[in-house]
Design a protein around this ligand. Structure first.
Ligand code: ATP
Ligand code: MG
Length: 251
């Protein structure tokens, strides 16, 4: 599904490297958790996979289903099934959430060669997915993310993911700001999408999320590189010991 090889990247208008030789492979159907201290490059990695313009890849490659995506812009990547749930979802004043979802879903369907949904079909799907995520339909009439609480924004991201049915889902700290019930609801939403032809990159600081979304692999990102990979037990170890030892061993 995803193969990242020796990736080096920096913010476009600076010299500072943020990713420094990152290697990561995620198989079809795999849930890979990414953990790591603040500032280690997790969100940067998610932006670069999604194709955000402000970053520049200076070396290495990102292969998605065997083909490099570095030359594809963000819209092309999204059309091919790459999805990013942002750590800080963007507010879009003036665009009703419902309208945004319909446009996004229909352009995704178009890219897959499927027909546009009629309004009643679209509404049926949104209602069903929103109900699963305990999102009130009233909220979806409001401009996207504007005035949404932290947890509501995160749920709206997962709603978008559920509707778009992407193949590679990158979730950047989707658990942060969620109350205990919402954490379970969101995790159930992710688990419902688990499938042999869909992969997840779950970025999180907390082992707790991984009790609900059980990962196949856990990777530690530090200073722009993966310094340790393991099973879900690695997350438990980090919870107990912190990062110091693993960082020390990698140095
Ligand atoms: N536009 C930018 N200009 C300068 N530095 C940047 C920029 N974007 C990111 N960085 C720096 O790159 C490093 C990695 O940032 P990133 O947001 O990827 O970290 P993170 O691992 O997601 O951290 P957190 O756990 O706090 O979310 C940080 O030191 C950050 O300050
Ligand atoms: Mg981050």
């Amino acid at each position: 599904m995803l193969e990242i090889k020796n990736l080096h990247a920096r913010v476009a208008d600076t010299e500072t490297e943020i990713l420094r030789g990152l290697d990561l492979t995620v198989q079809d159907g795999e849930i890979a958790a990414i953990m790591g201290p603040n500032g280690s490059g997790k969100s940067t990695l998610s932006y670069i996979i999604a194709g955000r313009q402000d970053y520049e890849v200076t070396a290495g490659d990102i292969l998605y289903n065997g083909e490099s995506i570095l030359e594809m812009d963000a819209a092309e990547r999204a059309a091919s099934g790459v999805f990013l749930a942002f750590q800080y979802p963007l507010e879009i004043p003036g665009v009703a959430t419902m309208t945004f979802l319909k446009t996004a879903l229909n352009s995704q369907r178009k890219a897959r060669g499927e027909a546009e949904l009629t309004t009643p079909d679209f509404l049926r799907r949104v209602k069903s997915s929103a109900a699963d995520l305990k999102i009130e339909m009233e909220m979806l009439k409001r401009p996207l993310n504007v005035g949404f609480s932290g947890g509501e924004k995160k749920r709206a991201e997962i709603l978008q993911m559920a509707l778009l049915e992407p193949k590679l889902c990158v979730l950047d700290e989707t658990d942060s700001g969620l109350d205990i019930d919402a954490l379970k609801i969101v995790a159930d939403g992710v688990n419902a999408l688990r499938s042999t032809d869909r992969s997840f990159l779950v970025i999180t600081h907390y082992q707790r999320l991984l009790d609900y979304i059980v990962p196949d692999t856990v990777h530690v990102l530090y200073k722009g590189r993966i310094i340790r990979s393991g099973t879900k037990d690695l997350a438990l170890q980090l919870e107990n010991e912190g990062y110091a030892q693993i960082i020390g061993e990698a140095a």
